[in-house]
Design a protein around this ligand. Structure first.
Ligand SMILES: Cc1cc2nc3c(=O)[nH]c(=O)nc-3n(C[C@H](O)[C@H](O)[C@H](O)COP(=O)(O)OP(=O)(O)OC[C@H]3O[C@@H](n4cnc5c(N)ncnc54)[C@H](O)[C@@H]3O)c2cc1C
Length: 404
């Protein structure tokens, strides 16, 4: 007789998405035996623990997209959770600052988008902006009141604690290397042991497509890693800004641009940029994973994406290696920051799904088989949106597996 452990649901990945999903399933289906497998020695050590810590309000996203809906609901749920568990957060608001006439036009379009998304926003003149933030130079700004900050790693640790205290199993140092789906169950191998479960949910971030391929399936996307590099500003800037300061993003680029972020510990960071990484966990410029690079260059969608984004790609590369160019991005709206104020700070890596035709997938994306559900693309603001994403996954699990 087999001595393999068996579970009802196995969740791969203890980032904020996996943890939120596990906790909500546990609360709603207390009789289920749920297991989380995490390859690292702690929770939230990748995207969740290496981000800007912003609770987004949902400025940029097309109305009625999953991103827009999840973000609005996620902001409320994140704040409720922090209040309930006495986790520090602050709703400091954010300013999106226009510095020239092109940006003014783009800012106006963003303002309309904010209204469509039913956000509490105010337009600020140059004088009103200066009054709020004397260090910031711009011709106008949008003030988004609800945006906040939090420590997503601390929030994830709290979720993990509750999950374990309520009878859930979290196994760390348990990297899933093999998945086999049969008509009646899932068989899983980690590097150390084998187990069985009825259903599997993968929330494996930058490894999302690999988990699908482990099952012999062909994903409709591939993850390409983009490193987001930050600097910490010198301590003289701590507590100097009352809001988060964002540039007006270029609509042809997928990321939000280098911004100034008050962190929950009082420090201020500048970043992140978006630099193609030479490995899925290559957090330093010098880290290269030959197998990850090979994987990337073998994917036709990668070359299509690269040819479409050649100019911004080269621009990011130059700004990454030449600190004075990076500084210029920040000085555009905050001229008082000098080169000596940019101190080293850990980077993060975005798991960006690229479709076969080379598009950077913008919305959340899922991949399903009969007994598995994979979170394929969970880009920013997925940390803000982790509670609604978890609820969405739970509703799919209920419909497909649990309530049938
Ligand atoms: C630079 C940067 C800035 C960002 N800023 C913000 C922000 O301010 N606000 C916001 O809302 N969002 C932000 N985001 C996005 C947000 O951080 C992510 O969307 C979110 O954390 C995704 O969570 P996750 O649980 O899906 O992934 P992750 O946190 O990456 O977790 C995935 C987990 O799966 C584990 N795993 C992978 N493969 C395996 C395997 N084979 N076996 C076992 N475990 C495995 C990994 O070790 C990891 O712990 C930012 C992201 C980055 C990179």
């Amino acid at each position: 007789m087999s001595t393999m452990s068996t579970y009802d649901i196995c969740i791969v990945g203890a980032g904020i998405v996996g943890l939120s999903t596990a906790r909500q399933l546990q609360l709603n289906y207390p009789h289920l035996k749920i297991l989380i497998l995490e390859k690292e020695s702690g929770v939230a050590l990748h995207q969740t623990g290496r981000n800007s810590g912003v609770i987004h309000a949902g400025v940029y996203y097309p109305p009625q997209s999953l991103k827009a809906n999840f973000c609005r609901e996620g902001l409320k749920k994140t704040i409720d959770y922090c209040q309930e568990h006495h986790l520090p957060y602050e709703q400091c608001g954010k300013l999106i600052v226009a510095t020239n006439t092109v940006e003014l036009q783009r800012m106006e379009a963003l303002y309309q988008r904010c209204l469509e998304n039913k956000l509490d926003v105010i337009r600020l003149s140059r004088e009103e902006l200066q009054e709020r933030e004397p260090d910031i130079d711009g011709c106008a700004a949008i003030y988004v009141k609800e945006t906040g900050i939090v420590n997503y790693q601390a929030l994830s640790e709290q979720l993990a604690k509750e999950f374990i205290e309520s009878g859930g199993t979290l196994q760390l140092n348990a990297e899933v290397v093999q998945i086999q789906e049969t008509a009646t169950e899932i068989r899983l191998d980690t590097k150390k042991h084998s187990l069985r479960c009825r259903y599997l949910i993968s929330c494996s971030g930058v490894m999302a497509d690999r988990l699908i391929r482990m099952m012999g399936e062909r994903p409709d996307f591939q993850i390409v890693p983009f490193r987001g590099e930050y600097y910490r500003l010198s301590p003289q800037f701590d507590a100097r800004f009352q809001h988060l300061i964002y540039p007006v993003p270029d609509p042809s680029l997928p990321f939000l641009g280098v911004h100034l972020t008050k962190m929950i510990d009082g420090s201020v960071t500048a970043g992140p940029n978006a630099m193609l990484a030479y490995g899925r966990e290559s957090y330093r410029k010098c880290d290269i994973s030959p197998s990850d690079v090979l994987d990337m260059v073998r994917y036709p969608g990668f070359w299509k994406m690269l040819s479409r984004n050649l100019f911004p790609g080269v621009d990011e590369l130059l700004h990454s290696y030449i600190r004075s160019l990076y500084l210029k991005k920040v000085q555009k709206y905050c001229p008082n920051i000098q080169l000596k104020d940019l101190k080293p700070f850990p980077s993060g890596i975005r798991a960006q799904a690229i479709s076969r035709d080379g598009q950077l997938m913008q919305d959340f994306h899922f991949f399903e088989t009969k007994r598995t559900l994979h979170v394929g693309n969970a880009p920013s603001p997925a940390a803000t949106s982790a509670f609604p994403i978890g609820a969405y996954i739970m509703s799919k699990a209920a419909k497909n597996w649990l309530d049938g």
